[in-house]
Design a protein around this ligand. Structure first.
Ligand SMILES: [Zn+2]
Ligand SMILES: [Zn+2]
Length: 220
């Protein structure tokens, strides 16, 4: 199959043929129909300091996607070929203390597709069935389903951010998650706004620093 690959420890990405994956037990094989480009992908392409410390080439990049299930592995129930789906790209271990106590979102063994293991900028990707979400019986098109990852970031931020306007800031910009009006905790700093397509270097640096504290697991 064709895929977009970070081939070596240097700037750039390569379109090349790679082996088509096969679903293992508990996994599904998804034919990718739509994918989104995240800031994380650009950092990997640019080979910035974060990417240099995190990415181990060769790896297929991309983590925002939706597609159609082509086949399912042993033990998978409730999902079958033909289902339109998207998937949560953080794959947790299921065995550590955090996972066993219902806190898998902070699993220390989390592996992110397109960052720690092969991702979605490919014709096919395998995912654990437990990470897969159906697109409401096919009523949500895959070009919409592919936006689940950044939408989830923004919605989670808003829903957990509280209501004290002095402790929060509002983001609205061209980055996908900010199109969903993510409101981030400012931690005592002044409120800050980003206009569509218009962001100064200083503003970008402040935002970047805040984001790094907000989510240290993935830079984007
Ligand atoms: Zn992303
Ligand atoms: Zn875990």
């Amino acid at each position: 199959m064709q895929a977009i690959v970070k081939e070596k420890r240097a700037p750039g990405l390569t379109v090349k043929s790679v082996p088509k994956p096969a679903p293992g037990p508990g996994e599904v094989l998804i034919a990718v129909r739509h994918a989104g480009v995240c800031g994380t992908d650009l950092h990997i392409a640019d080979w910035n300091p974060w990417a240099q410390g995190r990415i181990k080439p060769p790896i297929v990049v991309g983590h925002e996607f939706a597609g159609e299930i082509e086949s399912v592995g042993d033990g998978v129930t409730g999902l079958r070929a033909g289902h339109l789906v998207t998937a949560e790209g953080h794959i947790v271990c299921g065995h550590c203390l955090q996972c066993r106590t219902g806190n898998s979102h902070i699993c220390q063994n989390t592996r992110i597709i397109g960052v720690d293991r092969d991702g979605a900028f490919a014709e096919y990707i395998t995912m654990p069935a437990t990470n897969v979400l159906t697109l409401d019986g096919g009523t949500i098109p895959t070009e919409v389903g592919a936006i689940m990852d950044p939408m989830g970031n923004a919605f989670h931020t808003v829903l957990t951010g509280g209501r004290d306007s002095r402790q929060h800031r509002f983001h609205c910009g061209v980055r996908t998650d900010r199109l969903f009006c993510g409101r981030h905790r400012a931690r005592g700093r002044r409120d800050e706004g980003h206009r569509l397509g218009c962001e100064s270097q200083a503003s970008r640096a402040r935002r970047h620093n805040g984001r790094a504290r907000h989510d240290q697991r993935k830079q984007g």
